[in-house]
Design a protein around this ligand. Sequence first.
Ligand code: F6P
Ligand code: MN
Length: 328
Amino acid sequence: MTTNRITLSEQFFRDQASASASGGLSTVLNRFSLIARMLASEIMRAGFVGKLGYTGSTNVQDEHVRALDVISNETVIQVFENVPMVAGIASEEMDDMHLLPGGEGGKYIVTVDPLDGSGNVDVAGQMGTIFGVYRRKTSGGALQPEDFLQPARDLVAAGYVLYGPCTMLVYTAGGPVNGFTLDRSIGTFFLTHPNLRIPEGEGNYSVNEANESKWPEATRAMVRAFRQQETQCGKRSARYAGALVGDFHRTLLKGGIYMYPGEAKKPEGKLRLLYENGPLAFVCEKAGGAASNGKQRILDLVPTKLHERTPLYLGSRGDVEEAVRRLG
Ligand code: F6P
Ligand code: MN
């Protein structure tokens, strides 16, 4: 691995200075670095300490909850308690927004998917954490829905952690997208992927094709065009990790498109705007890519509820534009 030995905390500090954010953005981002290190360690040890299974309950999304989902969510909340600049959290794993003790006067709020791709837990597959940081709209007192129901174009910072053969943290504070790799031996992230730009004209397409029978005809025809090499984008191989962070990370580095389409009976699709689609769309656009729900830019969508879902087409600009064109 080549590295110029810039650490993540140094970069957070630089971003804070260049965003002229007067206080605390680097502290907020540093907390995500701590979460990344804590969860990387939990995930690595889960098999040894009996934490691979289900808890027996379901979450607000009606999904079966795994022990690691609960641990991840609790870790995120604990790490943000008594961080004075963060007022509250909305998490994919919690029904409602959560006011943080000690953060009542905080000017930021965070959104998080604590453990994305947790279906990969027991097969040693990729998983991730997705995060967004917004300015709080109201000041003081109880959190209000409008504090969270903001379009992703207003994100102050967004990124993800990828837990795979190595642990990576990739984020942008509105400027370049930078990727850092964890040196486990000393517990420090180093800059390994400066100024990431998503390639054009090469890469893969990534979609769960087992859902084909549930898609509207235009979606089937569009995906078929990618599969049969009939798009103007060039040759595309199929890749699907089943963990959005893993699939997006590959798309960001190699190019192409990630898709989670809407279905005839479920037009909103599966993935969540606040916790998944918005933050990754922000990263993707800052790296030169595009993100759409098939009709509108993801960054322009204003959520109407915390757990809102939208279809997702995310990746190289040419691929996303062609997919949207073919969807009509
Ligand atoms: O968080 C939702 C998620 O687990 C994503 O990480 C992943 O991309 C997707 O669901 C996989 O869904 P499916 O199994 O329907 O392809
Ligand atoms: Mn997820």
